[in-house]
Design a protein around this ligand. Structure first.
Ligand code: MLT
Length: 401
């Protein structure tokens, strides 16, 4: 019998969004006549933009002809898309080198897989509340985690404690689930702190496309010194509707070089490359072709139209919360709206209350960590009609009871 990885015993039985799906499936089985509106998991409803869809079809056609067929591609991604990503950064004034870009099947896998590069005795700081993959993937490999507190007092933007040492720091900005977004001087403080501690920041920028204020950084590399201390993860899931198509990218700058215990220099870029070449065979050609189209002038414009659609949904949600006098976070530079559960409920109780009373599904804040236990998240990724209907039901429920 094998010895099992008993770290799995330390995890919740189900991953957050599987637990939600499970509860919703049980409810709909009992009440098949009810119209359940899902504003829980951040899954998009707008289809792929025209130019991405066309590129996908063109890629499929190429795969059907011996002359243009492609087998295994480069594990790091095709040159065209790596260059398109470099150009995308350049548009917002950030210079990165194509050799730092690794195309993947999404930021979720990469933020989970990155633990492969680090030993298990690091001081790892993870905000609470935050995307649960960071904690779960560290628990799975036996790592101990320390939490940095996001709360109403710091507008869910925790800052470094200079008296505390850290080796690895997770930052998600705009934040999932709170929608809070660091400004440049706040990020600079994190970068300075990381440089002082010789720590690595794992910066999740999956929601960068939602930032509409040009003063707010969409990449950590907008901050001087970040290439010496940060890896950045990004995704086309929310930017371009790729939740089902799957494509993301991770930036591992060449500058990230540290000294191993016996004195040799180790490059995180070379290590990630080695890891990917061993465990990953590259993102499918047709998906990369569609992703490259997303970064074209036309693609960016078409994606912005979809983002505007979601921004309108976010306004519907935040207007309702304002009418009800419920304080909220996010919804501006983020597709998520985060608020304290009304009626002094904890978040799973509020989840069940909304599901049973008005058939609206949200995400309980407890799933994002201890500091989320009394909060709730709604997503603006639904259809406009469903969002309006959900918020009408929400307003009726909370006004009348
Ligand atoms: C979420 O709802 O938090 C996201 O959709 C999860 C993810 O991107 O994996």
């Amino acid at each position: 019998m094998p010895n099992l990885n008993e770290n799995y015993l330390k995890l919740q039985e189900n991953y957050l969004f599987s637990e939600i799906a499970h509860r919703v499936a049980a409810y709909t089985k009992q009440h098949p006549e009810k119209n359940v509106i899902r504003l829980g998991i951040g899954d998009v409803t707008r289809p792929l933009c025209q130019c991405a869809g066309e590129a996908l079809l063109e890629g499929a056609k190429e795969m059907m002809s011996a002359d243009t067929f492609k087998g295994y591609g480069p594990e790091q991604g095709y040159e065209d898309i790596r260059k398109a990503i470099v150009d995308y950064y350049k548009r917002s004034g950030v210079e990165i080198d194509a050799s730092a870009v690794f195309v993947s099947d999404g930021a979720k896998s990469d933020t989970g897989n990155i633990t492969d590069l680090f030993a298990h005795d690091n001081v790892i700081l993870i905000p609470t509340p935050v995307y649960p993959v960071y904690v779960d993937s560290n628990v799975m490999c036996g790592n101990k985690v320390e939490y940095i507190e996001g709360n109403a007092d710091n507008d869910f933007l925790p800052m470094p404690d200079w008296d505390q040492h850290a080796d690895i720091i997770y930052i998600c900005s705009p934040n999932n689930p709170t929608g809070a977004c660091y400004n440049k001087s706040q990020l600079k403080e994190w970068v300075d702190y990381a440089l002082k501690n010789q720590a690595v920041i794992l910066f999740d920028a999956a929601y960068e496309a939602f930032v509409s204020d040009p003063e707010l950084p969409r990449s950590i590399y907008a901050v001087e010194g970040a290439k010496q201390c940060a890896i950045e993860f990004c995704s086309l899931s929310k930017t371009a509707g790729f939740t089902g198509t799957r494509c993301g990218y991770t930036i591992v700058p060449q500058e990230l070089v540290f000294t191993a215990s016996a004195g040799e220099e180790m490059s995180l870029n070379a290590m990630w490359n080695r890891r990917q070449c061993t465990k990953y065979n590259g993102t499918s050609y047709i998906v990369q072709k569609a992703a490259a189209a997303v970064f074209s002038e036309e693609g960016i414009h078409q994606c912005q139209e979809n983002l505007e659609y979601y921004r309108e949904n976010a306004r519907v949600i935040t207007d309702t919360l304002s009418d009800l006098g419920i304080r909220f976070y996010g919804g501006v530079h983020s597709p998520y709206v985060w608020f304290e559960c009304p009626k002094d409920m904890d978040s799973w109780t509020f989840f069940d209350y909304l599901l049973h009373e008005i058939q609206v599904v949200g995400t309980p804040g407890a799933g994002f960590g201890e500091n989320g236990k009394r909060y709730f998240r709604l997503t603006s990724f639904g259809t406009y009609e469903n969002t309006v209907e959900a918020m009408t039901r929400f307003q009726d429920l909370l006004e009348t009871k």
